[in-house]
Write a protein that binds this ligand. Sequence first.
Ligand code: CAA
Length: 256
Amino acid sequence: MSLGYEKEGRIAIFTLNRPEALNALNPEVVAELSQALIDFKDNDELWVGIITGTGDKAFCAGADIKTMLPILKKTRGQPWFEPPHIMKGLKLWKPLIAAVNGAALGGGFELTLACDLRIASENATFGVPEVNLGLIPGWGGTQRLPRVIPWAKAAELLLTGRPIDAQEAYRIGLVNKVVPLAELMPTAKKMAELLCRPAPIAVQAAKQAMIQGTSLSLTEGLELEKQLEDFLVTTQDFEEGCKAFIEKRKAEFKAR
Ligand code: CAA
């Protein structure tokens, strides 16, 4: 399999596994990733996902230049040919952490941008080199990057194709933490456990409000926030959260 998909308690771990091609995304991996993400989305027992790559060199070197990019030309002008995934077409409100274990380039960087939190190993690099191939990022890079980091920095990366290292990524707010490679997965799992503590439906609503809010006016965004809040007050977890606070104990959330 070119994708590992493991479940550890409430946490799903997706591992890109094509080290011979620096974990580049070919049509098979994209299909496997899509299927695994849909399984994760539909599984009420799983609350948080971690996406990482095999090896100590690359998280993912992007779309597979040999097999993926030729399809772009063949399917030009036609509806999007891939199954839905988080970069395009799949709405997934469960939180996702990218554990970036090396180079995250092109579509690999874009995959991390479709996650909510990014933890980088010290050897990680981030770049959108598509302009060097005569292309632009096709998995959301032009749209998500300027929403994640300051405009001038996004423009520098997108227009030059120049990669940055993990420390620079941390300085500009692209990644949440930089850790030694050996600490990467333990740190990502600790972060995932932290995300499993609050009420899962509320966490998902917060993510939904943030993401959908970026394409709404402030008035529409506030309306969306109200709709989600109106729903959350009907959940058992809301009752439990308030009760636990008053009883001075840890809440036991059930995602209901
Ligand atoms: N697609 C297919 N194969 C890739 C690949 C990619 N994106 N990136 C690396 N590989 C393969 C190489 O061809 C090589 O295979 P062979 O041994 O069979 O020749 C193997 O992985 C190792 O790569 P290198 O020998 O190049 O390793 P390096 O250490 O010298 O360089 C690198 C590492 C800087 C990451 C370099 O491999 C590189 O620049 N890769 C391409 C990165 C890129 O341009 N990504 C954007 C892709 S386009 C895209 O993603 C479009 C989109 O938005 C959807």
